[in-house]
Design a protein around this ligand. Structure first.
Ligand code: AMP
Length: 213
């Protein structure tokens, strides 16, 4: 079963994806992670995408669609989670086309529902490991030693797009461009909503119940 996790920035898509990968053997396709790796490696794609990402804007549909097409092709038959793609209705249409060509489908489009006030707190306190990508929160789940990743001892940092001006832009972009995906997947018939508030294991439990149906 292939699944799609979507929702506002800070809803916990990355964290829940990591749990599904670890416990359930899914492959994880995150356009945000692919783009950040390209930025880190200073590839032409990364250098171009950085401008939009730092401002909290979206990278063009055709760029991310190409990345996802490649990523799905490389997986063979392994079930996957799409995290952070699609983010626009055009991307959702492109995805339908990609899947049709590969004879695959998305069984559940899972919407992680979290209140906006909570999102700002989550995003502004988020810290990420530069080396392994593990995610922390300065209040809710801090590292044992400030600035040092518990898992790999790498340095943690605040993503440029988790700074206040970019957070506001990302929430605005989400409302305008990504939230219409709810209606899109309701129409398709595979939409499910999960309450994204609560501890990570609680939310994971809710997702797990849904995908086991
Ligand atoms: P994320 O890690 O999913 O929050 O993504 C971080 C940033 O990468 C977003 O704010 C966008 O600038 C860019 N990005 C990630 N996925 C997409 C996508 N599907 N379409 C356009 N831009 C994206």
């Amino acid at each position: 079963m292939n699944i799609l996790l979507f929702g506002p920035p800070g809803a916990g898509k990355g964290t829940q994806s990591a749990l599904l990968v670890e416990k359930d053997g899914y492959a994880h396709i995150s356009t945000g992670d692919i783009l950040r790796a390209a930025i880190k490696n200073e590839t032409p794609l990364g250098l171009e995408a950085k401008k939009q990402i730092d401002k909290g804007e979206l990278v063009p549909d055709e760029v991310v669609t190409g990345l996802v097409d490649e990523a799905i092709s490389s997986l063979g038959q392994q079930p996957f989670i799409l995290d952070g793609f699609p983010r626009t209705v055009v991307q959702a249409e492109n995805l339908d086309e990609i899947l049709k060509n590969k004879d695959k489908k998305i069984s559940k489009a899972i919407f992680l529902d979290v209140d906006t006030n909570f999102l700002v707190k989550r995003l502004s306190g988020r810290r990420v490991c530069k080396s392994c990508g593990a995610s922390y929160h300065v209040d809710a789940s801090p590292t044992k030693v400030e600035g040092i990743c518990d898992k790999c001892s790498g340095q943690t940092y605040q993503r440029t797009d988790d700074e206040p001006s970019a957070i506001n832009k990302r929430l605005e972009v989400y409302e305008q461009q990504t939230s219409p995906l709810k209606s899109y997947y309701i129409e398709v018939g595979n939409f499910v909503k999960v309450d994204g508030l609560g501890s990570f294991p609680e939310v994971y439990g809710r997702i797990k119940e849904l995908i086991e149906v």
